[in-house]
Design a protein around this ligand. Structure first.
Ligand code: SF4
Ligand code: SF4
Length: 339
């Protein structure tokens, strides 16, 4: 369980990063960085893994972390694939801390042993999130409470970092009550717990069934109150209604794939698709100001939470509007040049 002193230090660092994020809108708050696409599992709903790719070399990862630090990034979360399969993950985490940023990790939990956890403590890991989809494994997901129980006990005993367990509801998950079982077990073990509302399998917005809604409310009560307060959007998604917010992906939130390209997020890869090494504050400003067409139905919790910092300022324009204004500026520039 995280030591009180580590917890207090982390909360102070978080508070200072939040204050900085509110005072200035011109730096990334959170970056997800992918050190390898490979995963040991094959969840039925996932489009973020393969079974063959190699880990990205440490020096390349360090250069990406340096670049994120130079942009003023506050938090880097290592994600995948399964990042615990990267042979130099500890060094990647250590480098994030050396650069003064908060270091987080998202994992499926399979590789945690007491020794591995102690090495992550030493490297300076601060946050871990594990998503657990069900109680018993099935053909869609093996991220299951029963399979991971021993790993969770190791973590409760040895980890000196904050641990959050995320359960899911909606999207045709067979047993919605599993989310409540997972959340209660997480709290028993001393972890925080959150719940994600997901879309139906075809990506359309459908309200949760009455049973799912009831369980959703119960899981929220069991879980992290701060998190529940920050996730108003989930209430709209649960009702099958679009949610009005400003997604700052590509600016305040960055998703860096294994090839080192910046994307809006895991679900919108390809936009803007610019190498991180070349990413400039012009790119940042363009994406900060661009309205995302996918925002009303988006369920990505971390991007929503980052968006809260700026929801009250700087209205966005559609990509078409921005392109038109850019074209007008260029035309004007050419006319002035010709004159
Ligand atoms: S464990 Fe995570 S990355 Fe791996 S297949 Fe499942 S959802 Fe995808
Ligand atoms: S709205 Fe959601 S899906 Fe769309 S770019 Fe932002 S985070 Fe990604």
């Amino acid at each position: 369980m995280i030591k009180k002193s580590t917890f207090l230090k982390l909360k102070l660092r978080e508070a200072s990063f939040i204050t900085r994020g509110l005072l200035s809108s011109r730096h990334p708050v959170l970056a997800h960085l992918i050190p390898m696409r490979r995963c040991n599992l094959a969840c039925g709903y996932c489009n973020e893994y393969d079974h063959s790719s190699s880990p990205i070399p440490l020096d390349v990862m360090k250069a990406r972390i340096d670049k994120l630090a130079s942009l003023g990034t506050s938090i880097i979360t290592i994600s995948g694939g399964e990042p615990m399969m990267h042979p130099e993950l500890d060094e990647v985490i250590r480098h994030i801390r050396v650069c003064g940023m908060i270091a987080g990790l998202i994992s499926n939990g399979y590789y945690f042993t007491p020794d591995r956890i102690r090495r992550l403590n030493q490297a300076g890991l601060e946050y871990l999130q594990i998503s657990i989809d069900n109680v018993e494994p099935d053909e869609v997901s093996r991220k299951s409470l029963r399979v991971l129980e021993k790993k969770l006990r190791y973590l409760a005993e040895h980890a000196d970092f904050h641990i959050n367990i995320n359960s899911v509801i909606g999207g045709g998950i067979k047993n919605p009550q599993d989310a409540l079982v997972v959340a209660k077990r997480a709290v028993e073990l001393g972890f925080s717990s959150t719940v994600g509302v997901i879309h139906d399998g075809d990506g359309t917005l459908k309200p949760l069934s009455p049973k799912e809604k009831e369980i959703f409310q119960q899981v929220k009560k069991v879980g992290n109150k701060d998190h529940a307060r920050l996730n108003w959007f989930q209430d709209s998604i649960a009702e099958g209604k679009p949610y009005n917010w400003r997604c700052r992906a590509g600016a305040r939130y960055l998703y860096i794939c294994e090839e080192g390209l910046v994307h809006w997020c895991s679900q919108q890869r390809g936009y803007p698709g610019i190498p991180l090494a070349e990413y400039s504050m012009d790119d940042f400003d363009r994406e900060y100001n661009t309205e995302k067409w996918c925002a009303p139905t988006c369920t990505l919790q971390c991007v929503h939470q980052v968006g809260i910092l700026d929801n009250w300022r700087d209205p966005q324009k559609s990509a078409a509007q921005i392109a038109k204004e850019q074209e007008q500026k260029e035309k004007l520039g050419q006319m002035v040049g010709a004159d």
